[in-house]
Ligand binder design. Structure first.
Ligand code: NAG
Ligand code: NAG
Ligand code: NAG
Ligand code: NAG
Ligand code: NAG
Ligand code: NAG
Ligand code: CU
Length: 228
């Protein structure tokens, strides 16, 4: 019986794909029921005493981020919520929605926070990573962190990308199908502009159940505003 359950869970895990947040360590395994990555805001993996006492230390201006992507491509957004047990992820860490292509590990040695955040040493927070598939279905994972002046980044050998993975910010698409602004000219770093996209990202997080077109619309509006 136990073996059967284990086999079932393994199969469910392989079939469902989705994504894993491997650094900072995710709050809990979101592949195991009653967790479900479809559930806003953190895959039905809630903060517990154990997770609260096991926060990954992150540098005050941003830290390493390592994600296992399992789909051929997906849109990605990174959000931050301040506090020890928050459901409000209203700080956007990417200036616009990103398009990740490829199946494997993507590791950012240092994902910089918006410059004006001024995080204090010892602040508790949670990171929320959202991926959105082509049909608009959203998946969630969260990690509990504590900002620390003593925190370190992942070493180079712990933080490598699988060959062939790519990440581009979405660019504004014209009605005739042409693009405004080449993707190559947009750098993927959080900046002061990232902070000004916060309102849109908050709207995106809150519209969870029907995220699809509404969220994409909001994100594209953000991209449009930032691009002009
Ligand atoms: C997590 O918290 C939500 C909101 O309080 C609750 O509805 C849900 O049942 C909790 N999930 C688990 C697995 O405890
Ligand atoms: C605490 O975090 C580490 C990695 O950061 C993880 O391997 C371990 O399973 C976690 N422990 C608990 C009780 O969650
Ligand atoms: C992703 O890679 C894994 C391991 O190599 C493979 O089992 C899986 O089928 C791949 N998924 C896609 C969508 O390519
Ligand atoms: C985010 O939400 C918290 C809690 O509701 C609030 O105190 C804070 O001002 C909000 N921050 C932003 C940038 O909207
Ligand atoms: C995102 O990337 C995928 C795979 O490369 C591509 O098919 C899709 O058109 C891209 N989306 C946008 C909006 O560029
Ligand atoms: C992995 O790829 C992302 C997106 O291109 C890039 O920002 C990051 O620096 C890469 N990581 C490493 C270790 O080169
Ligand atoms: Cu999936």
């Amino acid at each position: 019986m136990q073996l059967f359950t284990l086999a079932f869970l393994l199969i469910a895990q392989l079939v469902s794909g989705h994504f894993e947040l491997t650094y900072p360590n995710w709050r809990g395994d979101s592949f195991l029921p009653p967790a479900s990555q479809y559930m806003f805001p953190c895959a039905n993996v809630n903060t517990t005493d154990a997770s609260n006492n096991n926060r990954t230390l992150w540098p005050l201006d941003g830290g390493s981020l390592k994600i296992e992507f399992h789909h051929s491509w997906t849109y990605v957004a990174f959000n931050l919520g301040l506090g020890s047990n928050t459901n409000t992820f209203n700080i956007s860490l990417n200036p616009m929605l990103l398009n990740e292509t490829g199946n494997g590990t993507m590791c950012f040695p240092k994902w910089r926070l918006p410059a004006d955040l001024n995080i204090e040493d010892g602040t508790d927070a949670s990171l929320q990573i959202i991926t959105i598939g082509d049909s608009g279905t959203a998946l969630y994972n969260c990690a509990d962190i504590r900002f620390s002046a003593d925190a370190t980044l992942l070493s180079e050998d712990q933080c490598q990308n699988t060959t062939g993975l790519e990440l581009y910010p979405l660019v504004q698409q014209q009605a005739d199908g042409s693009m405004v602004g080449a993707a190559a000219t947009v750098t993927v770093t959080a900046s002061a502009a990232g902070a000004s996209a916060t309102g849109e990202s908050a709207a995106m997080g809150m519209s969870a159940p029907g995220l699809s077109s509404l969220a994409l619309g909001a994100a594209l509006t953000a991209a449009l505003l930032l691009g002009s």
